[in-house]
Ligand binder design. Structure first.
Ligand SMILES: [Cu+2]
Length: 161
């Protein structure tokens, strides 16, 4: 029988509790809060986006309350297929939105405030994520991967009525 000092035993128990807490938090985030990693759903040649599905960014309506938003991120804007300094789309409350996005040049980020959308937009990779907007409000989208001197200009808005 190995002798374990009393204090060492306490530390082992404490570490076990902390590790158990981490595992419980991980399981809860997946099972209860629905946290998912973004999965790349396809690959494209970022220098020839014109030949692909993401070539025409914009919002399309798939059914009564379901939309798809195709986004091309580039230095230093999100292209939603709408003109203007700050791209904006408007949805009705309860709408579900499938976001299909890629980058044309460098790695960008795509973060929707107050929602579980946090994607990295890597050139050559198509990222996809579904989100439901249940609360009316103005939700900003920001690039959260530093992408160059105009990085802070990469903002867009989703308005939920
Ligand atoms: Cu950026």
């Amino acid at each position: 029988m190995i002798h374990i000092h009393r204090l060492e035993r306490y530390w082992m128990i404490a570490i076990g509790i902390v590790m158990g807490g981490f595992v419980a938090a991980l399981v809860a985030s997946v099972m209860i809060y629905g946290v998912r990693l973004t999965t790349p759903v396809g690959r494209v040649d970022p220098t020839h986006l014109e030949n692909t599905d993401v070539a025409t960014p914009g919002l399309t309506q798939d059914s009564a309350h379901a939309y798809t938003l195709r986004v091309v991120a580039q230095m230093w804007q999100f292209n939603f297929g709408v003109k203007g300094q700050m791209p904006k789309i408007t949805l009705q409350r309860g709408s579900s939105l499938k976001i299909v996005a890629t980058s044309k040049d460098v790695t960008h980020g795509f973060y929707v405030e107050q929602h579980n959308v946090n994607m990295m937009l890597v050139p050559g990779q198509i990222s996809e994520m579904d989100v439901v907007f249940n609360k009316p409000g103005i939700y900003h989208i920001i690039c959260h991967e530093y992408c160059g001197p105009g990085h802070q200009n990469m903002v867009a808005v989703i308005e939920v009525l």
